[in-house]
Design a protein. Structure first.
Length: 164
């Protein structure tokens, strides 16, 4: 099995309050932060991660992701964004779209066209993810997100295991 993702670097994490400019922070968090100065320090955490995706034509796309783990008490999914690492062009949005539900939405036609699919099975760790356009690129971004959150995961023929 070929998984066309190469983790490059886990860059670190920060509180939600430390990255208030995230383009996809759910509106209810922005609204609640207006009423409580410490609110965003208590809601989730951002993780920064660099990774590469390889198309079936072996073309490399260098990406950087920021993703917030969300807050189960607030019925969040994960949210964040994915950019091309060198040009900082937005490639995809990561949207909290429901209680523990996340939607990955590729937004750059340039990168949608640039990525040539492998048309292969792509494992995932949690089922509460939607793909806005059903693209393999969106599924690979989701898989990269899981690798960021579960770096100890092992991909097997039957799926992904997170047990030690």
């Amino acid at each position: 099995m070929v998984i066309p993702i190469r983790p490059v670097s886990f860059l670190g994490n920060c509180s939600t309050a430390a990255y208030i400019d995230c383009p996809n922070t759910p509106e209810h968090h922005i609204e609640n932060a207006r009423y409580s100065s410490g609110y965003l320090r208590q809601v989730g955490k951002y993780y920064w991660f660099d990774f590469d995706i390889f198309g079936s034509d072996a073309k490399l796309i260098s990406l950087r992701m920021v993703v917030n783990e969300g807050d189960a008490d607030c019925n969040d999914g994960r949210w964040g964004a994915v950019w091309e690492r060198n040009t900082k062009e937005l490639v995809a949005n990561i949207l909290s779209t429901g209680d523990m539900e996340t939607t990955i939405k590729a937004v750059s036609e340039k990168y949608i066209q640039m990525y040539k699919p492998h048309n292969t099975w792509i494992p995932h760790l949690w089922n509460m993810a939607q793909y806005a356009k059903g693209l393999e690129l969106e599924k690979l971004i989701h898989l990269a997100m899981q690798i960021c959150f579960y770096p100890q995961a092992e991909i097997t023929e039957t799926g992904v295991s997170t047990s030690p």
